[in-house]
Design a protein around this ligand. Sequence first.
Ligand SMILES: *[C@@H]1O[C@H](CO)[C@@H](O)[C@H](O)[C@H]1NC(C)=O
Ligand SMILES: *[C@@H]1O[C@H](CO)[C@@H](O)[C@H](O)[C@H]1NC(C)=O
Ligand SMILES: *[C@@H]1O[C@H](CO)[C@@H](O)[C@H](O)[C@H]1NC(C)=O
Length: 351
Amino acid sequence: MWPLITWCLLLMFLTVVPSVSCLDNNDILQLNIPPEEPVIDPNTICKTFPDLSRRQYRLCAKFPDVVASAIQGVQVAVHECQHQLREHRWNCSSLEKKNKNPHASPMLNKGYKESAFAYALASAGVTHQVSKACSMGKLKSCGCDMSNHGQIKDNFEWGGCSHNVEFGDRFAKKFTIARDRARDIHGRINHHNNRAGRMVILKNVRKQCKCHGMSGSCEIRTCWKVSPDFRVVGDILKDKYERASLVDLSNKADKKSRRRLVKKQNKSELVYYEKSPNFCDPDPLVDAPGTTGRYCNKTTKGPSNCDTLCCGRGYNTMKIRRTERCNCKFHWCCYVVCQTCVYNEWVTVCK
Ligand SMILES: *[C@@H]1O[C@H](CO)[C@@H](O)[C@H](O)[C@H]1NC(C)=O
Ligand SMILES: *[C@@H]1O[C@H](CO)[C@@H](O)[C@H](O)[C@H]1NC(C)=O
Ligand SMILES: *[C@@H]1O[C@H](CO)[C@@H](O)[C@H](O)[C@H]1NC(C)=O
């Protein structure tokens, strides 16, 4: 962690180019070094991924490296889910079980608003991660998106290595369809939310540029496309989660009219079809832990307010000791020295 940050700082000091981005190794990629043949045996690698459906396993046998990226994308999504719902009664922590595939978790076999959110986030995560891995030269089946390469616009030229969001999108679609066939209503709702998630990536692709010319004069700019920062994707989907629409299927008994009802929904918005339980108590059926032991906040108006989060059971107040790295100083050149600060804090914890 620290060496990377130090390098980034060093890079920023040494470069006058305004758009230097430490996480993007675009310069290296422009050399077009052919990616090394990945030395992975599909059979060994695919067996280490838990709970792949039969069709996902087949996909893995053909494209083990892409599936590995896809699964990383699901994990990134689970972490983002935990961040976005950190104040909520159900906070996505149950999706992160050791040796469990989040996609196979019981929450995702439900039609709740939370399930819709997690689904959309997961498919966005797959799109994001696969697109990025393509452009980093990590995958056999794809590379940079060169579709605009060399095209000259008013004040810049498309160049460098664009994130391959089209490939990412297609693969994410395949990977998630291989999990659920869209025959029943649950499958159709999942497809809808999957697509809504992938669309957030496609619609928020950014342009990143680099200046050339005498001492950063920026006479010539080269630009390439990058997938949006995943926090941005999480924020957008969180908004969609809050305004997700409940598709009421109760008085639509026949399959055809149910299907039509799902089809009618706005393609970029999230939909769900089951009212969520209150998530107050542990529920083994959906693997929900309940809210006992959660930190709550007495003053906030948000969902982590003690009255809301503790479901009226009340809370305990206790003193905890928290340590943190603090007062970090950057020394030229190149190391960072931090102190350890200790805080004694009062916290409130749900009964
Ligand atoms: C989420 O909930 C779990 C289980 O109740 C808890 O252990 C965890 O600390 C919570 N995470 C956050 C960020 O509050
Ligand atoms: C779908 O939702 C988006 C907001 O995400 C909105 O801008 C758009 O107008 C909606 N489309 C329709 C057909 O209602
Ligand atoms: C509780 O919520 C208030 C208002 O949102 C906020 O200012 C405060 O920092 C929160 N306290 C903790 C311990 O998170």
